[in-house]
Design a protein around this ligand. Structure first.
Ligand SMILES: Nc1nc2c(ncn2[C@@H]2O[C@H](COP(=O)(O)OP(=O)(O)OP(=O)(O)O)[C@@H](O)[C@H]2O)c(=O)[nH]1
Ligand SMILES: [Mg+2]
Length: 201
């Protein structure tokens, strides 16, 4: 019966909300990406980078950066009718690692943002999700002036498992960010289904 697919508000099928993490090294564009795609005014927890912080925060190669995320970013995007994503941007600096376990609870998957000028900065995020079997895609944020590498080169440099998607993106651009999220949802869906079949097979 058609009415079974309708919810109490009438007309729409029940909404599904999925939790997605946006991770990666310091200053790679996580807050920018969440802000670009979010339909709600994103919640940010930015603090000014202080002179005292320069001793502990590695700002080399991150030009013109004046603030940093100290807890998380939060945003929401509707991918299609009935499917929305809650986005949690992680803090990029090592001293906030303790927040990751909390943030990754119940996450469908993660976007690991990478900057090819400082590719090694995303190793910890890649390791983290690989160890916990959380599906992730690597999104290369193509900053102007950075040499562009192909997805294959990045995949090899990061020694990713075969099948882990690598997408080139511009974190400031809404459509580009949305594309990354769609790739992740599709990939995570396939991974979760495969695991489910394995467990009953
Ligand atoms: N040109 C260019 N600048 C960018 C891009 N993405 C981010 N930025 C700039 O790079 C800086 C860092 O961006 P953020 O979004 O704060 O990076 P983050 O990953 O959230 O940083 P942390 O939370 O400190 O780890 C900001 O000054 C942005 O304006 C991009 O795609 N192109
Ligand atoms: Mg940030």
């Amino acid at each position: 019966m058609v009415s079974e697919a309708l919810d109490a508000t009438g007309g729409e099928t029940a909404a599904l909300a999925l939790k997605i993490l946006v991770a990666g090294g310091f200053g790679v564009g996580k807050t920018t990406l969440v802000g670009a795609v979010s339909e709600i005014r994103p919640l940010r927890t930015e603090e000014l980078l202080s002179e005292a912080g320069q001793l502990v925060d590695d700002t080399d190669g991150v030009d013109q950066k004046v603030t940093t995320t100290v807890a998380m970013d939060f945003g929401r995007i509707t991918i299609r009718s009935g499917l929305s994503l809650y986005l949690f941007g992680t803090p990029g600096q090592d001293r906030f690692w303790f927040l990751w376990d909390e943030l990754s609870q119940g996450a469908l998957g993660a976007v690991v943002l990478a900057d090819t000028r400082r590719l090694e900065d995303c190793f910890p995020a890649v390791d983290y999700f690989e160890h916990r079997h959380i599906p992730f895609v690597v999104a290369v944020n193509c900053f102007p002036g950075a040499r562009t590498y192909g997805a294959q080169d990045v995949s090899r440099a990061l020694d990713l498992d075969q099948g882990t998607p690598v997408v080139l993106c511009d974190a400031r651009d809404r459509d580009s960010g949305k594309e990354v999220l769609i790739r992740l949802v599709e990939y995570a869906g396939r991974m979760h289904t495969a695991r489910l079949l394995d467990s009953v097979g």
